[in-house]
Design a protein around this ligand. Structure first.
Ligand code: UFG
Length: 328
């Protein structure tokens, strides 16, 4: 299939682009490189530097490449940032999605896969979170993804655009020692902890230890980026049977302190930690139930163990301490 991957130079998008190429699909990556890295795009994929905020640029890509499916990763994705800069999310994320969906409809694309998020559930009414839990986005970021999910619902109704919304819990780990997570600035827990292990930072600051969790720090469900990639392949194949939404996680929660402890074991480094203020927008606990995608599509995560997940990330960080663009 011809697949357009927006944000295919980013952490999850590039991993999925690689997996698509390996599965024999023709992949074109659209990325503005504001966060992504050209070096992360698989050599076998086409690449267009374009900005989804500009409708004409999006149209060009669609008319040139005529994709049969679109996977939409390009996005602002930070819960904390969205509490400080809501319009980056409520405007940019939504506008980019609209531009892409308009072109998808115009060029008769029939399959659309959206990177969605566990942040749709805010402070959830029950754990683990299945797809029936009430949606109440926890931040402008979560809201922006929910708006895009609803748009896709209506485009399915009106234009037969079949979609899958894949709600990732905490994406983590590296696809290989030469393909991993590289954000600037980095804000995610596991890469920051590993930067401390590498001596690039003095310490990890734990954002609050007074949450209603066993050790007072936030609990998250870390899911390996390769397992996420596999879910995209399965969802793409299943779309001909209709639209669907899935929660994607391991079903296991780990606290911030447990992540730090595990990273100490994996790296053999001390990793100093201190407690700081909570981060606005952070719910205490997010753990997925992914029974639906397991039952319907046979999704079986290969990296259930946090030590394995952090181990793959550590291999990447050790080999590429400066990420994709090492300082000259
Ligand atoms: N944390 C710290 N210190 C840090 C960084 C993070 O204590 O320096 C904590 C956070 O407070 C949170 C946990 O570690 O409790 C994980 O934080 P991340 O920033 O790694 O990830 P988030 O849970 O904030 O968000 C991630 C993605 C979102 C996605 C969400 C779904 O960035 O896009 O998972 O759960 F929506």
């Amino acid at each position: 299939m011809r697949v357009l991957v927006t944000g295919g130079a980013g952490y999850i998008g590039s991993t999925v682009a690689r997996r698509l190429v390996d599965a024999g699909h023709h992949v074109v990556v659209l990325d503005n490189l504001s966060q992504g890295h050209r070096a992360a795009v698989p050599a076998e994929a086409g690449f267009v530097e374009a900005d989804l905020r500009h409708r004409d640029q999006v149209e060009h890509v669609l008319s040139d490449h005529r994709p049969e499916a679109i996977m939409h990763f390009a996005s602002n994705t930070l819960v904390g940032e969205s509490m400080e800069e809501p319009f980056l999310y409520l405007d940019d994320n939504v506008r980019c999605g609209i531009n892409l969906m308009r072109s998808a409809v115009e060029y008769d694309v029939e399959r659309f896969i959206l990177s969605s998020t566990a942040n749709l559930f805010g402070v959830p009414e029950r754990i683990p979170l299945d797809e029936e839990v009430t949606i109440a986005p926890g931040s402008p970021y979560g809201e922006s993804k929910f708006i895009l999910e609803r748009m896709l619902h209506w485009l399915d109704e009106t234009h037969n655009l079949r979609f899958a919304a894949l709600r990732y819990f905490n994406a983590a780990g590296a696809a290989g020692p030469d393909q991993g997570e590289d954000h600037d600035p980095e804000t995610h827990l596991i890469p920051i902890v590993l930067e401390v292990a590498l001596g690039q930072r003095d310490k990890i600051v734990i954002f609050g230890d007074d949450y209603d969790t066993p050790d007072g720090t936030c609990v998250r469900d870390y899911v390996h980026v390769l397992d996420l990639a596999e879910a995209h392949i399965l969802a793409l194949e299943a779309l001909d049977d209709g639209s669907r939404v899935y929660n994607l996680g391991n079903g296991e929660g780990y606290s911030v302190r447990e992540v730090i402890e595990t990273a100490r074991r994996v790296t053999g480094q001390e990793i100093p930690a201190e407690v700081g203020a909570p981060r606005p927008g952070d719910p205490a606990t997010l753990i997925a139930s992914s029974d639906k995608i397991r039952d319907e599509l046979g999704w079986t995560p290969q990296y259930g163990d946090l030590e394995d997940i952090i181990g793959t990330a550590w291999a990447w960080h050790r080999r590429h301490p400066d990420g994709y663009n090492p300082a000259e």
